[in-house]
Design a protein around this ligand. Structure first.
Ligand code: DUC
Ligand code: ZN
Ligand code: ZN
Length: 466
């Protein structure tokens, strides 16, 4: 039996802040007891003791939106499951939910098998999958039922990217109807891709080829319109809906209105929309390409609505949409034509720290930090209370977090396999010190002690908000 005791820290969950020692045995949390109590003192014999005095003891992060090795625009996202999950661990994330991709003309099963082949035996933290549907047809609709049964309980559809991932309204409605019957959760990329493609063509014809035009053609109104349409289609189908990477104030308003009406509609945003803006997309010398993702970065005025949405629970989750492409040889594919810049930003390593900074900046409380980054994504995607909290019976996925350490985010020191940081030079307070994944120390006092293959595939339950 392996036994670890984490002593002296402030345990923060979405529900509580308590000064307690934590007993871990055989990969699970066994008990919490007040510092200095007889119970806590009795745990130390034969145990590995991790001193967390002056530190936070928080659940490992659950990043419900990553794209390791995603094929996109003629290239692949530059983090493999090995490099990406190692970087996640460095950043205090202990579970990722990545998107397996169905290729057009192929079965869902084929896509899922391909994702297992990439991920299995390579991850240093636990992982699960959503499924991207790029070809909704009679066969794939039937396959959805089997996937839900085996633990792939959420399906991403795209209203954007015609000819690649795009589904039309009829396909979306059918997938939603299927999900309404089998317990699956539809995740929506809500942007009107048909209209965007017209604007892309017109912009390029007018000689507007720089990265900043990526943001200009992918209009706020086309995110809001698609969000509204997705909500109405979900209502018609009687299905729940989770809108991914919400970036625009007007899209938040659509979600808020739906939630006020009592609909099972949920929203996620990402650190890039909270901390970056179209100012970054406009950086000269093609540097703006580093910030090309979809939905796009918005003018910074939108950020207040996103923070407010996170506080009022109109938005429930912050995930990264981690999808890195190197500046030198991948973003470069779109020099002279912004529509060919691979879409995506790195961030899996930065999310927990950036959100802690948001606590210091007064945007969030400490418990809300843990709620949107750990507990709610775990509940949303059927992983709670195994993941997302520190409670008896939970997996011992635990981070010892130093709330006072200062650090400067930089590609020179990060562990993601990408040649730039979207937050280069940003000074923040707070840093991950030690990380346990199912009781095993994968990061110890900022030394990586994990290994590829420790991470287990986790079949998920259905959404726990329904
Ligand atoms: N958006 C991105 O920025 N990258 C990958 C896919 C997506 O929807
Ligand atoms: Zn998307
Ligand atoms: Zn994504």
């Amino acid at each position: 039996m392996s036994r670890t005791v984490i002593t002296g820290g402030l345990v923060i969950t979405a529900a509580d802040e308590i000064h307690a020692d934590v007993l871990v045995e055989d990969g699970r949390v066994i008990a919490l007891a007040a510092h200095g109590s007889d119970a806590a003192a009795g745990w130390r014999a034969g145990a590995a003791v991790l001193d967390a005095t002056g530190k936070y003891v928080i659940p490992g992060g659950v990043d419900a939106h990553t794209h390791m090795e995603l094929p996109f625009g003629g290239t692949f996202a530059s983090d493999t499951f090995e490099t990406g999950t190692r970087a996640a661990a460095w950043g205090g994330t202990t579970t990722i939910v990545d998107f397996a991709v169905q290729k057009q003309g192929s079965a869902l099963r084929e896509g899922l098998d391909a994702w297992h082949a990439k991920a299995d035996a390579r991850c240093s933290i636990d992982y699960a999958f959503h499924m991207i549907l790029s070809d909704v047809n009679e066969h794939t609709l039937k396959e959805m039922d089997g996937l839900v049964e085996e633990g792939v309980t959420s399906f991403k559809l795209f209203m954007a990217y015609p000819g690649v991932f795009y589904s039309d309204d009829g396909q979306i409605l059918r997938a939603m109807q299927r999900a309404a019957g089998n317990g699956g959760l539809i995740m929506m990329h809500a942007e009107n891709g048909i209209a965007i493609d017209v604007l892309v063509e017109q912009a390029l014809k007018a000689g507007k080829s720089d990265p900043r035009h990526h943001g200009e053609v992918r209009k706020v109104l086309l995110e809001a319109e698609a969000t509204h349409r997705a909500i109405q289609l979900a209502r018609v189908a009687g299905s729940p809906l989770y809108v991914v990477h919400v970036s625009a104030e007007e899209a938040v308003a659509e979600l808020a209105q739906a939630r006020d009406a009592g609909l099972p509609v949920f929203g996620e945003t990402c650190p890039q929309y909270l901390f970056l803006s179209t100012d970054n997309l406009a950086e000269p010398d093609f540097e703006g390409a580093k910030y090309v993702c979809s939905t796009p970065l918005r003018p910074r005025e939108h950020q207040a609505a996103l923070w407010r949405g996170l506080r009022t629970d109109d938005l429930q989750v912050v995930s990264t949409d981690h999808c890195p492409f190197c500046f030198a040889d991948q973003k470069e594919l779109g020099r002279g034509d912004f529509s060919k810049i691979p879409n995506g930003l790195p961030g899996v390593e930065n999310r927990m720290d950036l959100l802690h900074q948001a606590v210091l900046d007064g945007h969030l409380t400490r418990r809300r930090w843990i709620d949107i980054a750990c507990a709610t994504p775990a509940r949303m995607f059927g992983l709670y209370p195994r993941k997302g909290t520190i409670a008896p019976g939970s997996d011992a996925d635990i981070v010892i977090y130093d709330p006072e350490a200062r650090q400067t985010l930089s590609a020179a020191t990060h562990h993601m396999n990408v040649d730039y940081s979207a937050y280069e030079g940003k000074e923040i307070t707070g840093r991950v010190e030690t990380v346990l994944s199912r009781g095993e120390t994968v990061l110890k006092a900022r030394e990586f002690t994990g290994h590829a293959g420790h991470g287990q595939y986790i079949p998920r339950g259905t959404c726990q908000f329904l």
